[in-house]
Structure formats: C-alpha cells, structure tokens
Design a protein around this ligand. Structure first.
Ligand SMILES: NC(=O)c1ccc[n+]([C@@H]2O[C@H](COP(=O)([O-])OP(=O)(O)OC[C@H]3O[C@@H](n4cnc5c(N)ncnc54)[C@H](OP(=O)(O)O)[C@@H]3O)[C@@H](O)[C@H]2O)c1
Length: 169
C-alpha cells in the first residue's frame, strides 16, 4: 500500500485555480515545490499537465498523469519521464517500480479530491487572501488531518502566507 504527500498552494477559501491556471505564482512557494518534489514521483490530472510550460512534464521527476484519453501517450512518446494512467490500479502498477521514491500528489482539484485519502501528509502553502477561484482543495479537517507545524508569516505583494504541514490526527 503506497502513501502519498499532497502539495498545494491554497487561498483563504481553499481555492487553487482559475481557468486552468494557478491563482498566483509566489517565487518562494515555487522554490518550495521544486525542492520538495525533486527526484520524486509526482501524480497529477491531465489539466494540470497542460498548465505547465509547453505542456511538458516536469524534469527530474517521474510524472504520472491521469487521463481517459488513450491518444495522449503517443503525443509524449519522446519523453521518458511521463506515464499516463486511467485508474488507481494502473497507478499502483507503476508505483511498484518506484518504491524507493517519495510520491507527491500535485493536483488539480479532481485528483486531490479522488486521492486525498491515500495521503498521510499535506504540505500546504496557505494564503490569507481569497481570489476568484473555480477549483478548490478539499477541506482537510473533514479528511482527518491536523496541523503538525507551520512556518512564520511570509509576505509577497501584500499577501501573507504560511507553509503548513498537516498529518493524520
Ligand atoms: N494551487 C495549486 O497548488 C494547484 C496545483 C495543481 C493544479 N492547480 C490548478 O487546478 C486546476 C486544474 O484542476 P482540475 O480539477 O480542473 O483538473 P486536473 O485534476 O488537473 O485534471 C483533470 C483531468 O484529469 C483526468 N482525470 C481526473 N480524474 C480521472 C480519473 N479518475 N480517471 C482518469 N482520468 C482522470 C481527466 O483528464 P482527461 O480530460 O484527459 O480525460 C480530467 O479532465 C488548474 O487551474 C490548475 O492550475 C492548482
């Protein structure tokens, strides 16, 4: 049984995105994401893959993408660090080959909602501002998570934010 770490940047109302994009890009948060997930497995939905630059998988990571579209695989045949899965059984089969690596759930909303109960840790960058979001992160208190630790307040363009680590209570 594999366990995963969810990682997300959420606004004051748990918003995570709008029109297929992030609500905001905070350099320190991007750095935290890069450093946390480097050399690990990252699991995402197809729309999150398409939100990356040139729709390319993230380098130095094993990218696993949920999609129902069988044709997508062919479009990425030149990339050796991406796998496509249709369901959890296919995901588990691929994860069997990466038992030595950490596994991160990196979004978006549909994937966080489907797989949050497979996570034992959530690394949340929590903003104190609400944006006009159309996609949301699940309510962690309803999934049995409690705060284990949180950073001091940071500020970026008048927005206060904290790095919060949640674990299962
Ligand atoms: N703030 C953050 O930390 C953060 C992190 C990640 C993403 N985001 C944002 O979240 C938004 C995207 O979230 P989203 O929920 O709209 O999309 P998503 O979860 O990234 O991708 C949804 C797609 O994943 C595939 N999928 C989902 N569940 C599946 C299943 N059970 N079986 C097979 N395929 C499945 C489908 O792809 P097909 O349509 O190809 O079948 C579906 O259309 C964007 O705005 C993005 O910027 C924010």
């Amino acid at each position: 049984m594999y366990r995963m770490i969810a990682i997300a940047c959420v606004d004051a109302k748990n918003g995570i995105g709008k029109n297929g994009n992030l609500l905001i890009s905070i350099p320190e948060d991007m750095k935290f994401f890069r450093e946390s997930t480097k050399d690990s497995v990252i699991i995402m939905g197809r729309k999150t893959l398409f939100s990356f630059k040139d729709k390319k998988p993230l380098k130095n990571r094993i990218n696993i993408v949920f999609t129902k579209n069988d044709k997508l695989k062919g479009e990425y045949k030149d990339c050796d660090n991406i796998f496509f899965v249709k369901n959890e059984a296919e995901l588990e089969k691929i994860l069997e080959n990466y038992k030595d690596k950490k596994v991160f759930l990196i979004g978006g909303a549909s994937i966080y909602n489907d797989l949050i109960d497979k996570c034992d840790t959530c690394l949340i960058t929590k903003l104190d501002k609400s944006f006009d979001a159309d996609t949301f992160f699940p309510d962690l208190s309803k999934h049995g998570f409690i705060v284990e630790s949180e950073s001091e307040n940071n500020t970026y363009e008048n927005i206060n934010y904290k790095f919060i680590k949640y674990i299962r209570g």
